[in-house]
Design a protein around this ligand. Structure first.
Ligand code: PLP
Length: 469
């Protein structure tokens, strides 16, 4: 007889599941949080509690939960062509149409972009791994085999595979995994509130960061630096909005030293910043763009790497001699994922979700400022489109942080959950992130921010105790 039949779902989880980015000890002691359903901007726990998901999952459920249009698109696609691989020149209609649509969308919404082809994968991490390998491939074909290093930034999040995890610039993800691998350099973090010097305005801060980049290039040798990778807005790091003039200056530097720009738009792609792509919002001219999450609103695991003509021309020219491009995955270009992505884009366009993000971003920021801006531990509130952050400090005037080893934002997140709102406590700085579905309404933002303010009030004794201790 199966001796596990009487175990609760929580105990089955505890004794069988290995969770990503979770504390083994915490699950052992407290068990998992089990979710049983979701609709619109709300998720429901198995306890019956309903929460407003101000994280849209992991910055990804852009059209909100439970959309029939996507369920129908996937069901139809599964019946028509449940799988087709794309190796050996194979292809399928939904994927062809999606590649064409993404190229058109990017060209039309990112001025000055010059993109040539789309490569598909299944996750943000594998898109960045593809970029990592493409950079090598490109420079090997160009007869520059020493030009391989990639500059990323402290506080960046690019995924957690060996290569993308190395590009990630948050040490908590490296510890005990022997990361980063060789050939990755982390430059300073472009977060003005926390890292600018006293009296340094955004443009001067950008100048300093760009001078540091140029120093790195001089130190390592321009012939060894292949690419620079950046999220247009650093998400997991803490919703760091690029300082004024930063990307313009970075782009000029990259041009000067023949260095590729990789735009990691895994979060910022598909409307999050109030435009279709963060590259458009901040004037990036990428050679490779990594996309995932919002591509299918996370209804299907799918990523895309858009490649520029600059790279494509080199690959195409060398192809007769190189033979097959030996990179790809079983699920690259999955026809069901492509059909879901097409339906997702239709839905976003029909319901004007990018415009909604642009319109409601300031509403979210104003609500946060009005409801928690006066709290003595709220140092900064910032955002663009529907991504926003509250950063905690122990002292507003000096920006002094809470003591090492404490996590005020995690305490607030726990109370937020009790108050009926999901927020994300981030791993780099003490920041709460807000990135709701782009389908959210003003009334839902009002309700969510009221709940958040209530949670912060409830957390105050514990926050004060962190400083007294
Ligand atoms: N790049 C960015 C900017 C991300 O935010 C993430 C995930 O949060 C990734 C890459 C990795 O994506 P995935 O978790 O799908 O591998």
């Amino acid at each position: 007889m199966n001796d596990r039949i009487n175990l609760s779902l929580a105990d089955l989880d505890r004794t069988s599941l290995f969770h990503p980015v979770s504390s083994i000890h915490d699950i052992e002691v407290n068990g998992p949080m089990i979710y049983s359903g979701a609709k619109g901007v709300e998720v429901t726990r198995d306890t019956g509690q309903r929460l407003i998901d101000m994280g849209a999952g992991l910055w990804c459920v852009n059209v909100g939960y439970g959309r029939k249009e996507l369920a129908e698109a996937s069901s139809k696609a599964m019946e028509a062509l449940s799988f087709q691989h794309f190796f050996g020149s194979s292809s399928a209609e939904p994927t062809i149409r999606l590649a064409d649509r993404l190229l058109t969308l990017f060209r039309e919404t990112v001025p000055g972009s010059d993109m040539a082809r789309v490569f598909f994968g299944t996750s943000g991490s594998d898109a960045n791994d593809t970029a990592f390998k493409l950079v090598r491939y490109y420079n090997n074909l160009r007869g520059k085999p020493a030009k391989k290093k990639i500059i990323a930034r402290k506080g960046a999040y690019h995924g957690l595979t060996l290569a993308s995890g190395s590009l990630t610039g948050i040490s908590a993800y490296h510890t005990a995994f022997d990361l980063p691998i060789e050939g990755v350099i982390h430059a300073e973090c472009a977060h003005h509130y926390a890292f600018a010097e006293a009296g340094e305005d955004e443009a001067a801060f950008a100048d300093r960061l760009v001078a540091e980049l140029e120093d790195i290039i001089a130190r390592e040798g321009a012939d060894s630096i292949a690419a620079f990778i950046a999220e247009p807005v650093m998400g997991t790091g803490g919703v760091f909005i690029p300082p004024a003039t930063y990307f313009e200056k970075v782009q000029a530097l990259l041009d000067k030293y023949d260095i590729l720009m990789i735009a990691d738009e895994v979060i910022t792609g598909f409307g999050r910043t109030g435009q279709w792509f963060g590259s458009g919002t901040y004037g990036l001219r990428p050679d490779i763009v990594s996309l995932a999450k919002g591509l299918t609103s996370a209804y299907f695991p799918m990523s895309a790497s858009i490649v520029s003509n600059r790279i494509w021309d080199v690959l195409a020219k060398a192809s007769p001699e190189m033979g097959v491009f030996m990179h790809g995955f079983t699920y690259s270009g999955h026809p069901v994922g492509s059909a879901v992505a097409l339906a997702n884009l239709d839905l976003m366009e029909r319901e004007g979700m990018v415009g909604n993000a642009a319109r409601l971003g300031p509403v979210l920021l104003d609500a946060l400022r009005a409801k928690v801006g006066d709290n003595p531990y709220v140092g900064d509130i910032r955002g663009v489109g529907l991504m926003a952050a509250v950063e905690f400090v122990a002292d507003k005037a000096t920006k002094q942080r809470f003591p090492n080893g404490t996590a005020p934002h995690k305490i607030v997140a726990k109370h937020a959950m009790e108050a009926g709102i999901l927020t994300r406590a981030l791993p780099f700085l003490p920041v709460t992130a807000f990135s709701p579905p782009l389908s959210i309404s003003k009334a839902e933002i009002d309700e969510a921010t009221t709940r958040y303010a209530k949670a912060l009030d409830a957390a105050m004794p514990e926050l004060q105790a962190l400083l007294a201790g």
